[in-house]
Write a protein that binds this ligand. Sequence first.
Ligand SMILES: [Zn+2]
Length: 238
Amino acid sequence: MSHNEKRENLAERYFLKIVGPWIEFPPKFFRKTFLRGVFRILQQEHHRRVYLTFDDGPIPECTPWLLDTLDRYGIKATFFMVGDNVRKHPELYDEVIRRGHRVGNHTMHHLNSLKVGARRYIEDVKEAARYIDSDLFRPPHGWMPFLYTAHICQSYSIIMYDVVTRDYSKYVSAQRVVENVKKYARPGSIIVFHDSLKSREKLEYALPRCIEWLQREGYEFSIIEGRPHHRRSRLWRR
Ligand SMILES: [Zn+2]
């Protein structure tokens, strides 16, 4: 590694150390800027329920293991899939549905809304919709401009999260992923993991531990319903 690369890595690590907690637990002002995103689902009194979500799959290296693990604990979850992965692995898409989970659109090519124009972005979401039958959408990279939001929420509930485990980050250990869940999860939390190559090893360590801890804390698990409790409903909270 060159001297410059080392310096950049160090800068990135320190930057992430400072902003890390904001990524893991998005602050209120950020939630407000995302006017129509659902960050947490308000629970009726005494209900302790959380919503596990898995982004960026499905891939053969991770998703089958994940499905077996969820089955072992009797848990249903929501998968925000990349259309191109569904195109390559339609049998995994079918398997996720067959086992009673919910799917959501996460664009065709995992686009970053800051790097492409609105037209291209919307086209990409529509292309993904040919492979993913859902009324849930989650923007890749955790953000998109209001113009896109206004358009997309005509057809989708926009599902964000209030606990980001950061299982994808090379600066975050598997133990830290578990700690993030213990630290931030609360009734109604939408928790995000990834079934991707980057996070696979951490997921294998962290997911069973997170599930067992949440179960000990009395949490139940549910899929995200979407439309029946659409954005104007009192059940939804940012
Ligand atoms: Zn993603």
